[in-house]
Every structure is written in C-alpha cells, then in structure tokens.
Design a protein around this ligand. Structure first.
Ligand SMILES: NC(=O)CC[C@H](N)C(=O)O
Length: 265
C-alpha cells in the first residue's frame, strides 16, 4: 500500500512542496492541507497514515519559532494527534516542523513542571545555513532505520536543542531518543556522551545544542523531529561535494522518506 501523507502548511511554511515531492519520490501519495482546513476537519487525519510538518517560518516565527502553529495543534487537536500516533501512524517534523512538534506534546518532552526540552536561539545569534555530519542512533525510530551516519543541510536560527538538566539528557539518551547528533567531519559518529555543554565545536555543531542533539524521536519511535533538512538531499548532485566525492543516484536524505513508505508496505 502506498501510504497517504498529509503535508501541513501554515502561513510562512516554505518547504511543503519539497517535502511532498520527497514523499512522492519515495512512493507515497501526498495531500497538502492548510492548518485551517485541518482544524475545521480533523477527520482528515483518519484518511492519512503519515503527517508531515515541513520547514519554514510558520506565522513569521513570531513569539518563538513554531509556537503559534504548535499551540494551534496542541490546544485544538491534541487528542486527535495522539490517537493518530497511537494508531501506529507516523509523524515527521522537519526544522520548523520540529520546532512545532516540540511545542505540541507529541514528542513526549513535557512533564508536570512543563517542557523538559525546547529549541532555543543558536549560540551565535545568527541564522546558520550549512551542511553538517550527523551520527544516527536509529533505535526504534522508523524514519532512521538502517542509517548510522548522514550528511544533511541545516538552515535555522532557532535550532539549539536545550534540556532542563543533565539528568533529563541522560534519561533521553538511555531511552534511545537522541537519534541524531552532530559529529565533526572525519571523526567517528556518536563518539562522545551527550553532555549539557556540547562536545562538538562550532561549526560541526552549528547551534551549540546540548548533547550535540540535532533530532529526537518520541517514546514510540514513530514521531521524529529534526533540525536538518532531509528533503534537500534527495539527489546526489545536491551535495556540495558530489563531483569530488563521486556521488551518484539518490541523496542520503531519501532514505527517511523511503523508510516511512516501506513501513506501510
Ligand atoms: N528552515 C526552516 O525551517 C527555518 C527554521 C526557523 N524558523 C528558524 O530560522 O529557526
């Protein structure tokens, strides 16, 4: 079965077309939806197996990146979204989509005292657009299955993963949820423990993220949020060194979308 993918957009979303294209290339069937449409008709979720929240600047990044769209989803659709996840379906949040997911409750980062983790401004206070190398620890994460490292571009100003304290970071690590971590080029992936002060220096860790974390999954492994953009590496020639490195065929980012499609095969 070719899974049906609902690609959500809000005012300011700008990676929805690319994200839909990626799922289509991988064999999925996509359907774009403006957030108003989904709020008016949450039944749309029942007709889809994957929910994708693409990158961009939803609501102009006002208040905090992803806050307004995240609140719309949390306050109006929390139950429907949890039902969606618990029905064995998949949710992917890329960049702004990750910022949104962090604020919806779908990534299981909240406790009685509030959020245990969030995404804050990059350490240098600037927008960072560069390719990064990531160590992948897929564990239960459906999207990352079969990957151990991957290069992808990042493009964000508010992508620094921060956690409440070291104990929280340890707990996330122990439960296998720190699935993507920045790694210096030429060094083995995931060689260091996740610590509050990042072990990987700038620019390999482009934002100063705690534990060098670039992406996390929820407790089920079916919800993934990541700052890097897999939909921008679907073809080898999108890599800045594709000729030098002799890359051909698909880009490594394609794997995430293929994994999602295969999951329903
Ligand atoms: N590429 C994106 O999704 C942009 C991310 C974002 N809103 C930021 O600058 O932090």
């Amino acid at each position: 079965m070719s899974p049906r993918v609902l690609v959500l957009r809000a005012p300011g979303t700008n990676c929805d077309k690319e994200t839909a294209f990626a799922f289509e290339q991988a064999g999925g069937t996509t359907r774009p939806a403006h957030v108003r449409e989904l709020l008016d008709n949450p039944q749309l979720l029942n007709e889809h197996q994957v929910l994708a929240i693409p990158g961009g600047f939803s609501y102009g990044d006002d208040i905090a990146s992803g806050r307004i769209l995240g609140n719309q989803l949390r306050l109006r659709l929390a139950e429907a979204l949890l039902e969606f996840r618990d029905a064995g379906k998949l949710v992917l949040g890329i960049c702004n989509g990750f910022q949104v997911l962090m604020k919806t409750g779908l990534l299981d980062v909240d406790d009685a005292e509030g959020p245990q983790a969030t995404l804050a401004w990059n350490n240098n206070g600037r927008y960072e657009a560069r390719w990064v190398k990531l160590g992948v620890a897929p564990g239960e994460c459906v999207f990352l299955s079969g990957l151990d490292e991957i290069e992808l571009p990042v493009a964000h100003a508010e992508g620094k993963f921060v956690v409440r304290d070291q104990a929280t970071l340890d707990a996330l690590a122990a439960s296998g949820r720190l699935v993507l971590r920045y790694t210096p080029v030429g060094e083995p992936a995931l060689a260091t423990a996740a610590t509050m002060a990042p072990a990987v220096p700038y620019p390999a860790n482009p934002n100063g993220a705690c534990g060098d974390v670039a992406g996390i999954c929820d407790t089920t492994g079916r919800v993934l949020g990541l700052m890097p953009h897999p939909e921008r590496f679907l073809f080898a020639h999108q890599h800045p060194q594709w000729t030098r490195n002799g890359l051909t065929g698909d880009g490594a980012g394609m794997k995430l979308f293929e994994n999602a499609v295969k999951y329903f095969a």
